[in-house]
Design a protein around this ligand. Structure first.
Ligand SMILES: Cc1cc2nc3c(=O)[nH]c(=O)nc-3n(C[C@H](O)[C@H](O)[C@H](O)COP(=O)(O)O)c2cc1C
Length: 129
């Protein structure tokens, strides 16, 4: 991928040092991660952290996005992705909730999510009450 094509991201946190685990939620574009998502990964040092990809797609599954995430994030553990077909997005809340619960037992270290949206905004949500 050509780094010169990466868009500038605005309204971003200084760093992600406070996070051990990053949920990376993105739509599959041209069989891989959208450029703003690549810019996000390129911007932060995620070595020693875990990234769990959540990929929405139009039939291509995760495509080659996982390989490309690994290429950008050296030293990062990239976990098995959750793949969601775009037509299922409006109905997937329960599926995603159950999947999240099955990942690990609730503990202090997984108390927050980073959800990266394609518009460049970041939203944080509590994963466990
Ligand atoms: C520019 C663009 C490229 C896309 N490329 C793919 C692709 O290569 N494979 C695929 O399965 N879906 C592809 N899609 C479909 C998106 O993954 C799908 O629309 C998205 O996951 C659903 O989220 P959305 O409602 O934000 O679009 C593409 C969509 C767009 C807009």
């Amino acid at each position: 991928m050509d780094r010169r094509e990466l868009p500038e991201l605005v309204d971003m946190p200084e760093n992600i040092d406070g996070y051990d685990l990053v949920f990376l939620v993105f739509p599959l574009w041209w069989d891989t991660i959208p450029k703003p998502v690549e810019a996000f990964l390129n911007r932060y040092d995620s070595s020693g952290k875990s990234v769990i990809p959540v990929v929405t797609h139009g039939g291509g599954g995760a495509g080659r996005s996982i390989e490309d995430i690994k290429a950008v994030c050296s030293g990062t553990v990239v976990e098995k992705p959750l793949e969601i077909y775009c037509g299922d997005i409006p109905y997937c809340r329960e599926q995603v909730t159950e999947w999240l619960k099955g990942l690990r037992k609730p503990d202090q270290s997984i108390s927050r999510l980073i959800i990266k949206k394609q518009e460049g905004r970041i939203e944080e949500e509590s994963l466990y009450e």
